[in-house]
Design a protein around this ligand. Structure first.
Ligand code: UD2
Ligand code: MN
Length: 427
């Protein structure tokens, strides 16, 4: 389980007190930091960041959040000797209000001794001061790219500069919730090949309301390499007696996770030929599972994230081209014969250039990673979804337990239900 029950050990963990914060913020000049790029009446509050900038600025940087964990999470105790982590946050033209709230929520809701440092990687934002001014806050460092690199190379830059043995990645518009970090660090300490993600709560992009997400979800994908959340099957839900237990997930959403630094390095960090945004979450997920690690969602760790409907920033090579390049690299290196499904789901990818993948193929060989078929059979699964209704082909066998009933039905997709898993043999 994610934590050990310890009764005798009771450590009070210091985070920054309100009085200390008042001093720090005076020194840091929060008001002038925020005022410099404030939304102005008459402007479209969505135009710069694709979320409601005005609302974000109205909300204090240290607002209280509802504790969205299952109540049983509060009874768990964690190892008092967890080692500290470097928190890497990359951003390109993030709103100052959300960037500050990300950093401040981390400093407010994390025991100080667990934060080795917070590295902000400014991916060539217009105003260098968005990043630089924040280094007046405790533990905060700032690295600025000389060119726009995209989030993948930016994260690698942050990871390479990290001083701690554990890496924690966050997006630049998050708010971490109560006790978010110890459950993640605990899991990675128990098993350094485990990559641990929080449940990602939803910060509404219009109102900035903090909304609890379901903890019965795991990450999945379709053949065009689109990320989607899947409901855990009734089968799996029934097996989960303990709501605090980690959930194995075939894919992570991508932005928020803790990983042991040596494991991250040994596994080949990220594919740094990927640009701007997209695809890296599949690549790292396939790689982790196929090369001997695991991916888990830890229900007792909650982090809010502003989900939005479009990208607020420019893709220099175009949005579609970039997504295709990154996902095509993923398909070519990791998906074996199943890349055919990717190409039929995304015919536009066929002619597009995707650069040299030799290095990544070598990496896969040298790590002696398992096949994509193994990954599908053991960690993910293939179902048949009816496009118009979004229902799934179901063999119903488990329902009546009569193997010979041979009944095919259409029922709501429960993607991990074994009655809905199908194999597509290559012949
Ligand atoms: C999701 C992930 C995101 C990433 C992405 C796939 C979550 C909550 N978010 O997209 O982390 O895995 O899927 O690639 O799981 N950024 C840069 N440089 C760029 C573009 C973006 O530094 O050129 C930063 C950006 O400011 C943000 C982070 O990268 O902090 C992720 O970008 P996003 O928030 O636009 O992506 P999101 O949440 O839609
Ligand atoms: Mn994001």
């Amino acid at each position: 389980s994610a934590a050990v029950e310890v009764n005798a050990v009771c450590v009070t963990v210091a985070s920054i007190s309100d009085a200390e914060w008042d001093d720090l913020l005076e020194e840091f000049e929060e008001k002038s930091y925020l005022n410099a790029h404030r939304w102005k009446p008459g402007q479209d509050p969505y135009s710069l960041y694709a979320f409601n900038q005005r609302e974000s600025e109205r909300i204090p940087s240290n607002r209280a959040l509802r504790d969205t964990r299952h109540y049983r999470c509060t009874t768990l105790h964690y190892d008092p000797y967890l080692s500290s982590t470097t928190i890497v946050i990359t951003f390109h033209n993030e709103a100052r209000s959300t960037l500050l709230r990300t950093v401040r929520s981390v400093l407010n809701r994390t025991p100080v001794h667990l934060i080795y440092e917070i590295i902000l990687v400014d991916d060539f934002s217009e105003d260098p001061n968005d990043c630089l001014l924040l280094t007046k806050l405790p533990k905060v460092k700032c690295l600025r790219n000389k060119h726009r690199e995209g989030l993948i190379r930016s994260r690698v830059r942050g990871a390479e500069a990290a001083g701690a043995g554990i890496l924690t990645f966050l997006d630049s518009h998050c708010e971490v919730n109560k006790d978010w970090l110890p459950p993640l660090l605990q899991r990675v300490k128990e098993d350094p090949t485990c990559v641990a993600s929080p449940v990602i709560d939803i910060i509404n992009m219009d109102t900035f309301a903090y909304v609890a997400a379901s903890s019965d979800l795991r990450g999945g994908f379709d053949w065009s390499l689109h990320f989607k959340w899947e409901q855990l099957s009734a089968e799996k839900r029934a097996k989960r007696a303990d709501p605090t237990e980690p959930i194995k997930t075939p894919i992570i959403a991508g932005g928020l996770f803790v990983i042991d630094r040596s494991w991250f390095n040994r596994l080949g960090k990220y594919d740094t030929a990927m640009d701007i945004w997209g695809g890296e979450n599949f690549e790292i997920s396939f790689r982790v599972w196929m090369c001997g690690g695991s991916l888990e969602i830890i229900p007792c760790s909650r982090v809010g994230h502003v989900f939005r409907k479009k990208h607020p920033y420019i893709f220099p090579e175009g949005n579609a081209n970039t997504y295709i390049k990154n996902t095509r690299r993923t398909a070519e290196v990791w998906m074996d014969e199943f890349k055919l499904f990717y190409y039929s789901a995304r015919p536009a990818a066929r002619g597009k250039s995707y650069g040299d993948i030799h290095g990544r193929q070598e990496l896969r060989k040298s790590l002696k990673c398992k096949s994509f078929k193994w990954y599908l059979d053991n960690k993910s699964g293939t179902h048949l979804e009816h496009l118009a209704s979004r229902f799934c082909v179901d063999s119903e066998m488990a329902l009546d337990g009569i193997e010979s009933s041979k009944m095919l039905v259409i029922s709501p997709c429960e993607l991990s239900a074994h009655t809905q898993r199908w194999e597509m043999p290559f012949s």
